[in-house]
Design a protein around this ligand. Structure first.
Ligand SMILES: Cc1cc2nc3c(=O)[nH]c(=O)nc-3n(C[C@H](O)[C@H](O)[C@H](O)COP(=O)(O)OP(=O)(O)OC[C@H]3O[C@@H](n4cnc5c(N)ncnc54)[C@H](O)[C@@H]3O)c2cc1C
Length: 171
């Protein structure tokens, strides 16, 4: 609902296609979307959404625009064309942290676990920041907490410097 509302700034109309029967957005976000004249919903039947994109019509080479999509009702399989010139997919977030599985602690949703408010992970000297940690905002400005990870790393190295030759620590 948040993404659909955002898109109304750039489009004459936005059609929401949702594969389940009910929405999971907060009631406030749903109300805002329902009240927005620019937002339409693809209903399968009796105001249940239950629709998905079955086909994406070929992009016309001449103008590079999307020609349209084919919608499919989830339970009946019935299809119909929908003329649209853009398609935006918003189906949730899946942090790309597979690389660290078995090495760094992840939380139950797969984000890297840090000792907040620091960027320390469970392995000394390894710090994490950005979208792989952030459940809530996932924005460039919050990802810039990478700077905090750099500060944490610098302090870590400084503390090590008392005991170790820093030149021996890999970059
Ligand atoms: C469509 C879109 C629009 C957005 N608009 C805005 C906006 O308007 N304003 C805003 O503030 N934020 C916006 N964001 C969010 C913003 O882009 C992110 O919050 C930010 O880029 C996160 O930075 P990051 O460094 O944590 O991760 P990323 O920028 O995703 O960097 C992660 C890097 O790790 C690399 N990587 C992944 N897996 C591996 C691997 N196995 N090995 C090696 N490298 C790997 C990736 O290739 C990537 O380069 C938008 C995001 C999207 C997708």
């Amino acid at each position: 609902m948040e993404e659909a509302t955002f898109l109304t700034r750039f489009a004459r109309s936005v059609t929401v296609v949702h594969r389940r029967s009910t929405l999971r957005a907060s009631q406030a976000m749903q109300n805002r979307a329902f009240a927005d004249d620019k937002i339409a919903f693809a209903f399968a039947f009796a105001f249940a959404f239950d629709s998905e994109i079955a086909e994406i019509a070929e992009i016309k080479e001449a103008d590079g625009k999307l020609a349209g999509v084919v919608l499919r009702e989830v339970f009946t399989g019935t299809t119909r064309d929908l003329d649209v010139t853009g398609l935006f997919i918003a189906i949730g977030h899946d942090p790309r942290t597979e690389l660290f599985t078995g090495q760094l602690d992840l939380d139950e949703q797969g984000y890297l676990a840090v000792d907040a408010p620091s960027t320390r992970t469970n392995i000394p000297g390894v710090f994490a920041a950005g979208d792989a940690v952030d459940h809530t905002y996932r924005q460039a400005i919050t990802a810039a907490s990478g700077c905090q990870a750099a500060l944490d790393a610098e302090r870590h190295l400084a503390a090590l410097g008392d005991e170790h030759d820093l030149a021996a620590v890999p970059a």
